[in-house]
Design a protein around this ligand. Structure first.
Ligand code: CA
Length: 378
């Protein structure tokens, strides 16, 4: 079996209404998928984090010619060689999203070649379904804090009515609005009061704070029984994370901005977070995410992959989640998104508070060609 063709497939959809997190307004959802075709005609799908530009060119012009002729079943060796090769090509920078997208597509091919879901190739399935937490609770264009809070609380109660018993909301309002940490805490308090004490509540600052504000907010979040406090400060400060994690009663979470084994090794070694969140589309694909999960197990830290992609990213995350020890949860994006919902012929959806993990070969999904055609950029 060998790789015959490597393609980058750009998808994009402009949102009907833009929404914000602590760092940016989001007005479209854009994905660079990777499609690798093998000599036997089988097809593997992957997904790169981030914009199409950059990912597309490196996948097709740099990785494609190099990967052609290789055996997809050598995926872990290819993953490691690709990191070295791209680092030497781009000097100090490794396009982790490209490695990730290519790696996922190779795992999909490998699973299809063996007729097994990727989770079986990773050592076997610990579970057939995984508890899911509803993520979303972004902010729209509003004039008052009351309007913002009411919209977020309405969304939260909607998720609970849909069967979820775990939610994650966004805080860090100060960049876009005339409100700050006090309103951030008030927002979490309003959600807690609306959904009650039995719902697991997490909160995500998208590294909005400095250390002092992170400490102040973290103390308040502990009083609201917040399960974890995600990305309180910028991701570069691994030692600062570790100090903050020591000082706060609320456990810290983070990982979507880190990549590959070495960086996560520093994170885990420092005790920077109590929940580690590699993203399969940016941490280095299935290979690196599974490695991080193994390292986290050894450090007694729960691995909870970050997920905010299309159905391909969701399916790849579920294959890894099937194998993670402990009590993992799926981050389940609930923002309206026909690419995520429609890209799999059988959409991945929640059944109450959990999501069944596909068990068909490879990623376990079939990509819907009509959805693909409808949102293709080229
Ligand atoms: Ca996050």
């Amino acid at each position: 079996m060998y790789v015959e063709q490597v393609e980058a497939i750009p998808l994009r959809r402009d949102l009907d209404e833009r929404f914000a997190n602590a760092q940016k307004w989001i007005d479209s959802r854009e994905y660079c998928l990777v499609r690798i075709t093998a000599d036997d005609g089988s097809v593997g799908w992957g997904e790169c984090w981030g914009p199409v530009a950059g990912n597309r060119e490196i996948v097709e012009r740099t990785v494609g010619p190099w990967l052609t002729g290789r055996d997809p079943r050598d995926v872990e060796a290819i993953h490691d060689e690709l990191i070295v090769r791209l680092r030497s090509s781009y000097h100090s920078y490794v396009p982790a999203s490209v490695v990730s997208g290519v790696d996922i597509a190779l795992w999909d091919l490998y699973g299809k070649a063996l007729g097994e879901p990727i989770s079986r190739l990773l050592g076997g399935r610990e579970r057939e379904r995984v508890r899911a937490y509803a993520t979303g609770h972004f902010w729209g264009d509003v004039d008052s804090f009351d309007d913002l809070r009411d919209a977020v609380v309405a969304e939260a109660t909607g998720h609970v009515e849909a069967g979820f018993d775990a939610l994650k909301n966004k805080i860090g309002l100060a960049r876009h609005f005339p409100w700050g940490p006090e309103e951030d805490v008030a927002l979490v308090r309003a959600i807690r009061e609306a959904v009650g004490d039995d719902v697991r509540l997490m909160t995500d600052a998208n590294h909005a704070y400095d250390v002092a504000d992170a400490r102040r907010v973290g103390r308040a979040l502990a009083d609201l029984d917040v399960h974890f406090f995600e990305e309180p400060i910028p991701p570069a400060g691994i030692e600062r994370y570790a100090r903050l994690n020591d000082q706060l009663a609320v456990p810290l979470a983070g990982g979507e901005c880190w990549a590959f084994r070495d960086e996560f090794d520093r994170v885990l070694d420092a005790g920077a977070v109590d929940y580690v969140q590699p993203d399969v589309t940016s941490a280095g694909g299935v290979t690196s995410t599974r490695r991080v999960a193994t390292m986290a197990e050894a450090a007694d830290v729960q691995c909870l992959p970050h997920v905010f992609g299309s159905a391909v990213a969701l399916a790849a995350s579920l294959q890894v989640l099937a194998t993670i020890r402990g009590d993992p949860m799926l981050e389940f994006d609930r923002t309206p998104n026909p690419i995520r919902e429609g890209l799999a012929v059988d959409p991945i959806t929640n059944d109450g508070n959990s999501v069944p993990i596909p068990d068909a070969p490879g990623l376990g999904i079939e990509v819907d060609e009509e959805t693909l055609a409808a949102f293709r950029l080229d």
